[in-house]
Design a protein around this ligand. Structure first.
Ligand code: SF4
Length: 382
């Protein structure tokens, strides 16, 4: 592979490339230096070089739907616009039948349901087992990606079970994978300030490790642009990388910035579009052992996502029939795309769309007419 001139002529990027060639990874010190000092064109070029060496011009997506089980939560994370107290007029808690009825309109159009929610004060494992059981009964072809690590911990504690036993029961009821939300920043001093009461960093990693042991693949995430430092971000990436070295079940890393509003976390530093792209590229460079890096369209929008898939991301958030958490936090990303529309977005960014299943085991390139043939749809969205 030809090394782009923007890397060859840059001492820092050449050092990073050499380190990847010699040792297979870049150190935390080098990661921090790249975050702070690398030029954006150079950083994205290096990330794209790595991405292309693994996946060529392919960009993966799936056909999915988000259904939130409940917005009632016993915690009150300071960045969260989604949670409600149990007596709030907009509070809701879905019965298993209601959960299934949210999927029904999308039957035949999706192959994954992404289901997370608040920490319900009353629900035990029985409620979740029933949701998964009847969802699988009704839609056997739909993969269930559900529960953040803190939900797993909460369900285990409400049910008087350990995490291993809880995940075993849920897996046997139909749970296929975990989405990875709730990692925020895996530095406990930061967690204590933005999400007091949530699981510790070590618990997040341990729960994912147990899932991997049970053959349940998981994703992992990072919420940035709150109060964390660059060093905290590097610590976070390194902890995920070390966990992956030991348990190996992370499929995809999903970084996303805090979405600002006037009420939550006023001291948040926020992340610019440039910083979002920098994080995507840095993740690709540092997370040498996590195969996929996602442009989380629901949070960063379509236009920034098209830049992200030219900056090291190989995966883009799917068709997403419905989504709440990012939209109540201020996202205006269009929902309910079909494969063709999402495929066009990817083609318009100069990449090749490949439809995948929920757990990255089946892949199907999507045929989209080229721009030259005049069939390309305009990019719609922000
Ligand atoms: S982020 Fe999750 S755990 Fe925290 S308040 Fe919101 S719903 Fe509850």
């Amino acid at each position: 592979m030809t090394i782009p001139i923007s890397i060859r002529n840059d001492v820092l990027l050449s050092k990073a490339l050499q380190s990847l060639i010699d040792e297979g990874r870049v150190s935390c010190e080098l990661g921090e230096e790249l975050h702070t000092n690398a030029t954006l064109p150079g950083l994205t070029a290096l990330a794209m070089m790595i991405k292309k060496s693994r996946f060529g011009n392919s960009i993966f997506f799936n056909e999915n739907l988000h259904v939130n089980t409940t917005n009632v939560c016993t915690l009150a994370c300071r960045f969260c616009a989604f949670r409600k107290g149990p007596r709030h007029r907009d509070a809701y808690s879905l019965t298993p039948e209601e959960f299934v009825s949210r999927i029904e309109p999308f039957e035949g159009k999706i192959d994954e349901v992404h289901a997370v929610g608040g920490l319900h004060p009353d629900w035990t494992i029985d409620h979740y087992s029933e949701i998964y059981r009847i969802t699988k009964q009704r839609f056997p072809g739909i993969s269930i990606k559900s529960l953040t690590a803190v939900e797993v911990k909460h369900i285990a504690s409400k049910s008087g079970l350990g995490v291993l036993e809880t995940l075993t029961i849920l897996r046997d009821s139909g749970l296929d994978s975990l989405p990875g939300g709730g990692a925020e920043i895996l530095v406990d001093t930061i967690r204590d300030r933005i999400c007091m009461g949530k699981e510790k960093s070590s618990e997040y990693l341990e729960i994912h490790g147990i899932a991997h042991e049970l053959g349940i693949p998981t994703n992992c995430t990072m919420l940035f642009g709150t109060i964390e430092t660059i060093q905290d971000r590097i610590t976070h990436l390194n902890k995920l990388r070390e966990q992956q070295d030991s348990s190996g079940g992370f499929q995809c890393f999903v970084p996303y910035p805090f979405l600002k509003d006037n009420t939550r976390l006023p001291e948040a530093r926020l992340a610019s579009g440039e910083e979002v792209i920098r994080i995507i590229s840095l993740s690709r460079i540092m997370l040498d052992n996590i195969p996929h890096i996602k442009a989380y369209r629901m949070n960063i929008g379509d236009h920034l996502s098209t830049i992200a898939i030219n900056s090291g991301a190989d995966d883009i958030d799917g068709t997403v029939g419905h989504e709440e958490i990012m939209h109540v936090a201020g996202s205006t990303t269009n929902l309910n795309y079909d494969s063709y529309k999402l495929g066009n977005l990817i083609v318009s960014a100069g990449q090749n769309p490949v439809k995948r299943d929920s757990t990255y085991t089946r892949f199907e390139p999507l045929e989209i007419k080229s721009k030259k043939e005049g069939k390309l749809l305009p990019i719609i969205g922000q």
